[in-house]
Design a protein around this ligand. Structure first.
Ligand code: FES
Ligand code: FES
Length: 161
């Protein structure tokens, strides 16, 4: 039996017919066509599938779509505008925080959650915030730097300088 689920994905309303065991990551990738969200381990350990669910970072491989009817989902596709990177994405590029890129969509979503929680996160807060996201390439320092610099730029923008 299929279950009807309504989600708001990156601000747009969507409706899906899903099996009770369908994972959110599969709904996003296969039904919504949002393949930016990656699947790595499939068991909640790598963070490649991280999305924001009602503002909180979740591993979309561990969430059943049928359980989140009515939720707001944010994926990497919602960060920039067409042809234009978001400030955070731009910082990742400038800082060299991307190599193979497989972890990047999930890392960006974890980073947005940190930036939503802390106006000027410390290195420790950033490291803790991305601790569920594995990166095999970068060594993390450039990722931390990109997040810290984005926080700094947003703080300046907020203060109107
Ligand atoms: S694919 Fe979901 S945590 Fe690894
Ligand atoms: S850039 Fe390759 S896993 Fe992070």
């Amino acid at each position: 039996m299929k279950i009807t689920v309504r989600l708001q994905i990156n601000g747009a309303e969507a409706r899906f017919e899903v099996d009770s065991t369908e994972r959110l990551v599969d709904t996003l990738r296969e039904k919504a066509g949002l393949t930016g969200t990656k699947v790595g381990c499939g068991i909640g350990e790598c963070g490649a599938c991280s999305v924001l669910l009602d503002g909180k970072v979740v591993s979309a491989c561990l969430v059943l779509t049928a359980q989140v009817d009515g939720a707001k989902v944010a994926t990497v596709e919602g960060l920039g505008k067409a042809g234009e990177l978001s400030d955070l994405q731009g910082a990742f590029v400038r800082e060299g925080a991307i190599q193979c890129g497989y972890c990047t969509p999930g890392m960006l979503m974890a980073a947005e959650a940190i930036l939503a929680r802390y106006r000027r996160p410390t290195t420790e807060q950033i490291r803790k915030g991305i601790s569920g996201n594995l990166c095999r390439c970068t060594g993390y320092a450039k990722i931390v730097s990109a997040i810290r610099k984005t926080a700094g730029r947003r703080a300046i923008q907020r203060s109107g300088r």
